[in-house]
Design a protein around this ligand. Structure first.
Ligand code: FCB
Length: 478
């Protein structure tokens, strides 16, 4: 296998060295449905993503995760790749329908055994396993009973979490409950762009609440069993800016920040919902029981932050709002935020069309540290997606990704230097994989995957990241 230790970082531009403290975690992240494949093997039950992706018109190109990058069969090779990169930690997700096919009732020992073998392979390679218990693949039978908008789903999640934790908690120390509850709730139940594809604003708010309730119940159950383990959730936070200082734009930014960031941070870290978001969404029958807040507000040992971009938003007052927002208001993930437009900022974008703004990551980190009680922070996802093809020699010269990661790691370093308790960084993603509604058209991996042959080939960014890890940070430049 190719050695990944060469340092291919360029030396253009002026930037001082940015070395991280000893013990800083260097990781990469993946998720079960995006990489495992083996959808109908090993006793796995169907998830909402199987149903959604197999429904024509839902995923670009009709792609599904049926085979994905076949990680279920190739996990040992993938662990070897991680070892070559020098990763200290690996964030992956556990597929609930692989472990408990119906989402309640019987567990599937073969499913659990897959994760036991994966964890053992990681530990043998000196890599710390960092599982997430829910990365969007709800067992279909639970959706058939109402899914996340139903309170019962939170209880089923806690039961599943406790079972997995009992099996692996002696070897796995760091546990993430739910990944990006904003996406699961609002893309899944409001805009319908993600599984299960429902368009019901009220259901999406209840889903958000029950995802967080599930987090709290799961932390309680797992901590009772192994108080020494470290528990937390992973939220996707954005920097949000108004397009101008016009009050309508400033109010649009407040609404989007409320629904994207504070709707999750406030209950998790302060034990209350932001009153303005409750007011914005008051027409949707969302009156969460106050006693749930104490459960959601469990002490946590770590907070995962997934950061990709900044939103720049404008208000659309008056009649123009009616015209611009009527289809948007009914099928938007921004429930209660009608009269909001997302506007181009003029910044460079990735292949996803997402603004590249490393300053936004610094802003998010310092904001969480400054406005909330202190908790160890981890960047649990950060990366750039492109539509890439290898050149004739098979190389992927992904200078764009290297530039993105370099800038975002420098922002992390600035935050650490300023006293933010950031303890680790996981890039999204180890491998190219199934990018949800985009299918296989967008690639986020450090390692290129040829989907026809499943051949893995490290991109330039893989070699670059290996150098960063070996050095413990970024070299000075210029
Ligand atoms: C995040 C998801 C992750 C991946 C990246 C690009 O929202 O958590 O699975 O798709 O986006």
């Amino acid at each position: 296998m190719t050695s990944l230790q060469d340092d291919t970082s360029d030396d253009t531009g002026a930037a001082p060295a940015a070395l991280f403290p000893t013990g800083f975690r260097w990781g990469a992240a993946t998720a079960a449905y995006q990489i495992e494949g083996a959808a109908d093997e090993g006793g796995r039950g169907p998830s909402i993503w199987d149903t959604f992706a197999r429904t024509p018109g839902k995923v670009l190109g009709g792609d599904t995760g049926d085979v994905a990058v076949d990680h279920y069969h190739r996990f040992r090779d993938d662990v070897a790749l991680m070892e070559d990169l020098g990763l200290t930690s690996y964030r992956f997700s556990i597929s609930w329908p692989r472990v408990q096919p119906a989402g309640s009732g019987a567990f599937n020992p073969e499913g659990l055994d897959f994760y036991r073998r994966l964890v053992d392979a990681l530990l043998d390679a000196g890599i710390e396993p960092w599982p997430t218990l829910y990365h969007w693949d709800l067992p279909q039978p639970l959706e058939d009973k109402g899914g996340w908008p139903e309170r019962e789903t939170a209880h089923r999640f806690a039961e599943y979490a406790a079972h997995v934790h009992e099996a692996l908690g002696d070897r796995v120390r760091h546990w993430t409950t739910v990944n990006e509850p904003w996406c699961a709730a609002f893309l899944g139940y409001a805009s319908g762009e993600h599984a299960p594809g429902r368009r019901d604003p009220s259901a999406s708010l209840h889903a958000a609440h029950h995802l967080m309730l599930g987090h709290g119940l799961a932390v309680q159950a797992m901590r009772a069993h192994a108080p020494g383990n470290r528990f937390g959730a992973a939220v996707n936070l954005y920097a949000v800016s108004p397009a101008t200082d016009d009050p309508a734009d400033v109010d649009a930014a407040r609404r989007v920040d409320g629904l994207q960031n504070r709707l999750f941070l406030d209950p998790l870290l302060l034990g209350r919902y932001p009153w303005d978001v409750l007011a914005d969404t008051s027409g949707h029958g969302f009156n969460p029981p106050s006693e749930d807040l104490a459960v959601i507000h469990q002490p946590i040992d770590q907070l995962g932050i997934n950061y990709y971009s900044r939103h720049t938003v404008a208000g659309t007052p008056g009649e123009a709002a009616q015209a611009a927002s009527s289809p948007f208001a009914t099928h938007s993930p921004w429930v209660g935020s009608g009269h909001v437009r997302f506007v181009p900022s003029g910044r460079p974008v990735t292949g996803m069309g997402w603004d590249i703004d490393a300053g936004g990551l610094y802003e998010v980190l310092t904001r969480v540290h400054g406005e909330y009680p202190s908790v160890p922070l981890y960047i649990t996802e950060n990366g750039a997606g492109y539509d890439e093809t290898p050149d004739e020699d098979g190389a992927v010269k992904d200078a764009g990704r290297i530039g993105y990661l370099d800038a975002h790691l420098r922002a992390c370093h600035d935050a650490v230097s300023g006293g933010v308790p950031l303890r680790g960084y996981f890039t999204w993603s180890l491998l190219d994989n199934f990018e949800w509604a985009w299918g296989y058209s967008k690639r986020f991996g450090l390692v290129h995957v040829d989907y026809a042959t499943q051949r893995r080939a490290p991109k330039d960014s893989a070699r670059w990241y290996a150098g960063v890890i070996e050095r413990g940070g970024l070299p000075g430049r210029g």
